[in-house]
Design a binder for this molecule. Structure first.
Ligand SMILES: [Zn+2]
Length: 344
């Protein structure tokens, strides 16, 4: 990629109202069978078109073909019983009824590879595909089989690596692993979290990203954030380990968050996907605000390693708000690109 400050999103975009209920996580599909397949593809095409026309350089599928960023992947695996549910505390934050691991987890067939081929055919721009990270997958299940978070994470890492290699072969340029759990379970991150992540990314020629955030702008997350004080220093735990890791790019929250920008320095040498768009607010950022957030980060990351992005996914937002935020992101990046003399 030759563009300076190539813009990207973390991944999800709102789904069209004819496909799923808007502004709702885990929203059930409104279509079935062949109509659902066609509807998902149309939504994916629309997501590509909107990103392209609004100046997003690294294009994603907008997660139009999945209900949830973790669950949809797990639904395709064997060894997990979705009928047998237990209530567990997710990310130490909220209780949820989750499926149970009842046997060895395996990937019987590719999960997203056909969708990725469709995305590849829909754009000439670099494409990025998001997968859940091993620790975040473990944290979304009740494990009655391995009875060890580490063992289960290792199995998931192997499965994720199989999927990632096939995504790469389908033409995906950048593979992202979503690990919001890295902001919660610091001992696990150190003991096996980063190692499991590296196992998931092992042998890939595609660029690799890990996305760590404070979650979607939903109530449970907003309530949690209110308890974190005036400085959010959670990244201080994982960044030094990731700086030493084989992962190419780290995606983090910045705009309107209480994350001290100087924590980015802990990643020196890595590419940084910096959140310059707040996904927990419906207010549209001005291009100047976006440029400001990016400019501050340039004290801690070289310009050729900075990727302007969103704080997290935008699935829970209304469509018009999310799309206006995409325009603000690229307009803000353009301001900074001009300042840096890289042209528009
Ligand atoms: Zn996120």
């Amino acid at each position: 990629m030759n563009t300076l400050l190539p813009t990207s999103t973390v991944g999800s975009l709102p789904k069209p109202s004819w496909l799923a209920e808007p502004e709702t996580l885990w929203s059930p599909w409104k279509l079935q069978g062949d109509e659902l397949v066609e509807g998902k593809q149309d939504a994916l095409r629309a997501a590509v078109q909107e990103q392209t026309s609004r100046g997003i350089d690294i294009v994603s599928d907008g997660e139009q073909t999945r209900q949830h960023f973790v669950t949809t992947f797990i639904e395709h695996l064997s060894g997990v019983d979705f009928e047998k549910r237990e209530t567990v505390r997710i990310r130490d934050r909220y209780d949820a009824s989750v499926p149970t691991v009842v046997g060895a987890v395996t990937r019987e067939r590719p999960v997203f590879v056909e969708d990725a081929k469709f995305l590849r055919g829909a754009t000439d721009r670099p494409i990025k595909w998001a997968l859940p990270g091993p620790m975040t997958m473990v944290d979304t299940l009740y494990d009655a089989h391995y009875k060890s978070r580490e063992k289960l994470a290792w199995e998931f890492a192997t499965i994720l690596n199989q999927e990632a290699r096939e995504l790469e072969a389908a033409g995906v340029d950048i593979i992202q692993f979503d690990e919001p759990a890295f902001n919660v379970f610091f001992d696990d991150v150190k003991d096996w979290g980063v190692a499991a992540l590296e196992r998931a990314a092992e042998g890939l020629r595609a660029e690799t990203v890990v996305h760590i955030c404070y979650g979607y702008g939903i109530k449970a997350n907003n309530d949690w954030k209110a308890t974190l004080g005036s400085q959010w220093r959670q990244y201080e735990e994982s960044f030094p380990l990731l700086q030493q890791s084989s992962i190419d790019t780290i995606s983090l929250e910045s705009h309107h968050s209480h994350v001290p920008t100087d924590l980015v320095e802990l990643l020196r040498g890595k590419k940084v996907m910096l959140g310059a768009i707040d996904v927990a607010s419906t207010e549209i950022e001005t291009p100047e605000e976006v440029a400001d957030t990016l400019r501050k980060a340039l004290a801690f990351v070289d310009a050729d390693k900075l990727i302007p992005s969103t704080n997290c996914g935008m699935a829970p937002l209304s469509r018009d708000v999310a799309l206006a935020k995409l325009s603000a992101l690229s307009a803000g990046a353009r301001i900074l690109r001009e300042e840096l003399g890289g042209g528009a």
